[in-house]
Design a protein around this ligand. Structure first.
Ligand SMILES: [Zn+2]
Length: 157
């Protein structure tokens, strides 16, 4: 790997339902596949698979949150009703993996400004943020607009 060339990377947050089972409730699976296409087109890059399901609340709580969402709560309200934080993810270990690979200068594929900031705080030199836009199912629209409105995601909806 050429350390002097900024590398295209993504920290992909594990989403069992989206990544493996192609759930239409979110766009995670489509984002993971689009990321791999972008890296393939680039010819080099890395995906760190962040095993912090459901923004860190775990799969069981995520399914509980989905049940509340089926009753009308949005993704933020559902976590709050369960007495859980909206986002518990930690990024330091992800940055450490990239350091171990020798990747200190990176271009980050993400729409989440908080994730980009957390990676910078973990010591990564982020040369650019690379937007990722995927087609999403109509069932995911409320989830995505909540991420845009309440969590600051830079989405073109
Ligand atoms: Zn998902």
């Amino acid at each position: 790997m050429r350390r002097d060339i900024p590398t295209l990377i993504r920290i992909h947050s594990q989403c069992l339902t989206g990544d493996v089972f192609n759930s239409t409730k979110c766009d995670c699976g489509a984002q993971l596949h689009r990321t791999m296409e972008m890296i393939q087109d680039e010819g080099r890059g890395a995906v760190v698979y962040q095993q912090q399901e459901g923004r860190g609340i775990g799969i069981l709580n995520k399914i509980r949150a989905y049940a509340l969402q089926d009753e009308g709560a949005d993704t933020v309200e559902a976590n709050e009703q369960l007495g859980l934080a909206v986002d518990l993810r930690q990024y330091r270990q992800c940055a450490e993996i990239l350091f171990d690979l020798g990747l200190c200068q990176v271009r980050v594929i993400s729409n989440n400004p908080l994730k980009v900031r957390a990676l910078e705080e973990a010591g990564l030199n982020i040369v650019a943020r690379v937007s990722i836009q995927v087609d999403s199912h109509e069932f995911a629209q409320k989830y995505l607009s909540t991420k845009k409105k309440k969590m600051g995601h830079l989405l073109e909806l």
